[in-house]
Write a new protein. Structure first.
Length: 268
């Protein structure tokens, strides 16, 4: 199996259809009533998360049986490490928002080939927003091209980040005044940076591949820069499916953020 943009386009069509179906299923499951319990780490999971995970697995692997699989709601298997292409899926990113009837949740799906995402979709059903991208072909929101912000200074930048963390005492140089907002779903935060609605998204905690793989491609194809807080690029489908941290920013802001964040000691 060699890199083939035509294959990637076909994969995008497949995962886009699947994400739209998953979004409809999520809305219907919530309307019918959810069962909710806690995972071992304390985060909530719903009956809809599990039902959609099963639906996506059957749909996507049914269409591409030679691909690997990595999902938040499926027990991980080392089998994926031997696959050239894998699906990386979060059935519902932003489960708390979904449970509470807030709109900031989404269905992110990516196809990763040789450690890099090559096709991606982030579908936010409650907002009627569908972001997608294929490697080398730009990014779109509801079919229209999107580009990252052209901001050149951190002063008054629109940031998706924890204001308390960003304004804490551990920074060697204080940040200038910036506008902070929150969105539950990590993938959706990255999509908003891709669309230029926000200038950057920063998180100094590890992020699972299923939260960020789709956003990484969509943001990059929109012209944003994506890395960990040290400026190191991400690589996917590794034995430990996590990235150390997240900096997703307008191209001119990314180096300004990295210059401040690179010295912060975080666990690998």
């Amino acid at each position: 199996m060699t890199a083939d943009p035509a294959d990637w386009a076909e994969d995008l069509a497949l995962i886009r259809r699947a994400a739209l179906e998953a979004g409809d299923r999520a809305l219907a499951e919530r309307e019918a009533g959810l069962k909710i319990w806690s995972k071992s780490g304390g985060s909530p999971v719903t009956s809809a998360d599990m039902a959609i995970d099963q639906m996506l697995r059957e749909t996507l692997l049914g269409a591409r049986p030679d691909y690997g699989w990595l999902s938040e709601e499926t027990a991980d298997s080392a089998d994926r490490l031997d696959k050239k292409r894998i699906f990386v899926v979060d059935p519902i990113d932003g489960t708390v928002a979904y449970m509470k009837g807030k709109p900031w949740w989404c269905v992110p799906i990516a196809v990763v080939e040789n450690g890099a995402p090559v096709a991606a979709v982030i579908h936010a059903p409650a907002l009627n927003e569908t972001f997608d991208a294929v490697a080398g072909q730009g990014a779109r929101l509801n079919g229209r091209p999107i580009t990252a912000s052209d901001a050149t200074t951190l002063d008054d930048a629109a940031m998706l980040a924890d204001a308390q963390v960003m304004q804490g005492p551990h920074w060697s140089e204080p940040w200038p005044p910036m506008r902070f907002e929150k969105r539950n779903a990590i993938a959706y935060r990255m999509a908003l940076v891709a669309a230029g609605a926000f200038d950057a998204a920063v998180a100094l905690t590890p992020k699972w591949d299923w939260d960020v793989a789709a956003g990484a491609l969509i943001a990059a194809e929109a012209g944003a820069k994506v890395s960990d807080h040290r400026g190191e690029p991400w690589r996917f489908n590794r034995p430990d499916p996590r990235q150390v941290s997240l900096v997703c920013a307008a191209p001119a802001l990314h180096p300004l953020i990295i210059a401040r964040s690179a010295t912060i000691p975080l666990a690998p």
